[in-house]
Write a protein that binds this ligand. Structure first.
Ligand SMILES: *Cc1c(COP(=O)(O)O)cnc(C)c1O
Length: 703
């Protein structure tokens, strides 16, 4: 940055906050306090362990938030930790490794440089459970992109919103109905600092939204080398309505939701300008940030990723709502409204943020090959004189940040066999060749270790969840007793939208029960949230709960409340595999199966989203992905095939042991899954695709 920049981009503000915390803990723990202000700790081996060692119980109570840990741990615990020479050494090593990582030179690529970084816009970021500004898959993906950008030293900054209540928390009541509640986040207990100007007052930008000049302050969060800037309307100048803009993620009220998008897009661009950041590329991750175009003037720098083929996922608003929201801005509202319509002349058509983003970007992509096809068809009407295959929407298939999702034992195994720097080479298939020479016994032992950790977690959580719903004591305890690390564990954890067809598995209760009992049983862990306004999704959960009285169900089927990033990580590490049965072609990509695969789990999924690109017959199992207009018939067919696969292939392969107790055929499939999905669906491959095909290229230039 030029030395005349008016503000410091917030780095000094983060340093000041870190030093303030460092000065409040015993001196030997100061390195931990500084490490706490960079989320790089969360994917550094031993990072979480170093914090946990200070006070393991408090670490859990604080939701694994290191700022809270170091602020709230009793003085005796801090004193004890400060006197522990081994821990102090680990703390120093952690701080040093973060410092060295941040100090590496930037890898300049194409149009992105230090002076003109990629500016990534997203409504949510799932970086760590202790930073609650995410809801689900979109946020987890955005978090993974930031982490991988940091690892690759890509010049990138990120823009989002600071939500004071985050996304809703979930509990299920005694009738099986989802109840939502929100918890207040104290930003001062986050690894975040308000960006200040030279005189110490917060830097602000202002955006006219719905007739009010909304003032926003800007928090900086460090994710390795990446600065994440979060706009926050919680300012004394603002009305209560304006402040509500940064309250809840995906707030239900449409006027507020639209205000959030204006704050993100217009306010986000103004924040970058106030920070003297001139983007080389502006990446809109989903349509929520489409209003950046109001500040950019031209579309030469903007690229857009669409994430959902579900119509309800593509937000739209009436023309009047949009005109009202933008009234104070110097924009041609009529032209804008027209750009937001698939058919600009249709006055009855609402204004969609996806259409607006497509029309104002130089390139656009879906998030899997299949989704690219679906998106071209879905949005073809925007380019009426083009054939579907010429619609300028490409695809970059999602990938997952391996250091975040791989469990400790599995990472140790791969460290030993793939070579020290395998994570730097994870997208190269040759890196994974040595998987073939890992002894079966070693691979199996690591898998067993990871599932034992999950079983312990599930036992604790299920008892607490059940008793808190007011369930009978014996049911409350049933799963805690019966859940077994040697039983085939199947996970189904995802957003509970109807298209995900959670109920496929229980559609034939007698057959489902057969799978849960006998001498080769399966056990099932379920988790996920339905959107607060999605009563159909909530009825899905209720339908599941209606089965809980059946024999064996209470012992073998567990629904865990309040799915989040932490739970997702535990599930993908410990389940033998995941079952995914979306109604094709509604799954844009899906990433849970990738997270499970890098942990040696096997995927059984409908051939939708990413799975058609990955499935090769040897690395998991597949259900047909052919769409069928007759949903009832399709569900019946898919359920029958799902049961057949589980009964005839998955269960026999898992329990088919030789004399040493190792399932050879199963492990052959695990190897194949690791070797194909590891390189093909890691975030390194995804980011390289973005850099080469989207940021640099004009392959799918919209103009
Ligand atoms: C990975 C992840 C998702 C994505 O789930 P899919 O069903 O594969 O789309 C959602 N939520 C959380 C918390 C995740 O970590």
């Amino acid at each position: 940055m030029a030395s005349c920049a008016p503000v410091s981009l917030g780095r000094e503000d983060i340093d000041r906050a870190a030093e303030a915390l460092a000065s409040r803990v015993p001196t030997p723990l100061a390195p931990l306090a500084r490490a706490a202000y960079n989320l790089r700790w969360s994917w550094t081996p031993g990072g979480a362990d170093a914090f946990s060692a200070v006070d393991p119980q408090r670490w859990e109570l604080c939701g694994e938030n290191p700022i809270r840990l170091l602020t709230e741990a009793p003085p005796e615990a801090l004193g004890r930790a400060g006197a522990d020479a081994g821990l102090v050494q680990r703390a120093q090593a952690l701080e040093e490794s973060i410092r060295a990582d941040v100090a590496r030179p930037t890898e300049t690529t194409g149009p992105a440089t230090d002076e003109r970084p990629v500016s990534f816009f997203c409504a949510e970021y799932g970086v760590h459970a202790s930073l609650p500004v995410y809801s689900g898959g979109l946020g987890a993906l955005a978090g993974d992109i930031l982490k991988e950008s940091s690892d690759r030293a890509l010049p990138l900054v990120a823009v989002g919103l600071m939500y004071h209540q985050g996304y809703f928390r979930q509990r299920i009541d005694g009738t099986g109905w989802q109840q939502e509640y929100w918890l207040e986040t104290d930003p001062d207990r986050l690894p975040a600092a308000l960006i200040t100007t030279g005189d110490g007052t917060p830097l602000t930008v202002s955006v006219p939204i719905n007739g009010e000049d909304v003032v926003a302050q800007i928090w900086r969060v460090d994710i390795g080398r990446i600065a994440l800037y979060l706009l926050d309307a919680e300012r004394p100048e603002n009305s209560h309505l304006a402040r509500w803009t940064s309250s809840q993620l995906y707030v239900g009220d449409p006027v507020t939701r639209l205000s959030q998008y204006v704050l993100l897009g217009v306010g986000g661009m103004r924040a970058l300008r106030a920070l003297d950041i001139d983007p080389g590329v502006v990446h809109l991750n989903e349509g929520h940030a489409a209003f950046v175009s109001l500040e950019l003037g031209d579309s030469e720098r903007t690229v857009f990723t669409t994430h959902t083929p579900v119509p309800a996922g593509n937000d739209s608003y009436s023309a009047a709502e949009v005109v009202d929201a933008l009234a104070g801005l110097d924009v041609d509202a009529d032209a804008l409204v027209r750009s937001g319509r698939t058919h600009p002349d249709d006055e009855h058509e609402p204004v969609g943020v996806t259409q607006l983003a497509l029309r104002t970007s130089r390139a656009a992509n879906g998030v899997s090959r299949r989704h690219g096809e679906v998106a071209r068809e879905m949005w073809q009407a925007i380019w009426p004189d083009r054939a579907v295959e010429d619609v300028p929407i490409g695809h970059v298939t999602n990938g997952v940040h391996v250091p975040t999702w791989v469990g400790g034992p599995m990472r140790g195994l791969l460290d030993r066999h793939l070579g020290d720097d395998w994570l730097d080479r994870a997208s190269d298939p040759a890196t994974w060749d040595p998987v073939d020479s890992i002894p079966d016994e070693e691979l199996w032992a690591v898998r067993r270790e990871q599932r034992s950790a999950l079983v312990d977690y599930v036992r604790d959580r299920s008892a607490a969840d059940r008793l808190s719903r007011g369930e009978p004591r014996d049911y409350g305890e049933a799963a805690a007793e019966a859940f077994d690390p040697d039983v085939l564990t199947v996970g189904f954890a995802r957003r509970l939208a109807t298209y995900k067809r959670l109920t496929l598995l229980i559609s034939d209760p007698a057959r489902a029960l057969g799978l849960l009992t006998g001498d080769r049983p399966i056990q099932i862990v379920l988790a996920g949230k339905a959107h607060p306004r999605d009563d159909d999704g909530k009825r899905l959960i209720q339908a599941l709960f209606a089965q809980r009285g059946a024999p064996e169900v209470g012992r073998r089927v567990i629904f865990l409340h309040d799915y989040d990033l932490d739970m997702a990580a535990r599930l993908v590490r410990g389940c033998r595999g995941g079952v995914n049965g979306p109604r094709p072609p509604m799954e844009a990509s899906g990433t849970s199966g990738m997270k499970s695969a890098v942990n040696g789990g096997l995927n059984l999924s409908v051939l939708d989203g990413w799975w058609p690109e990955a499935y090769d017959g040897s690395n998991g199992w597949a259900l047909s992905g052919e769409p069928d207009a007759d949903h009832g018939a399709q569900d019946a067919r898919d359920a029958a095939e799902l049961y057949r696969l589980l009964e005839d292939e998955v269960v026999p392969e898992f329990y088919g042991r030789d004399e040493s107790g190792v399932p050879r055929a199963w492990l052959a499939r695990v190897r194949s899954s690791l070797k194909t999905i590891g390189p093909g669906f890691c975030a390194g491959r995804m980011l390289a695709d973005y850099v080469e095909q989207v940021y640099a290229g004009a392959a799918h230039a919209v103009r």
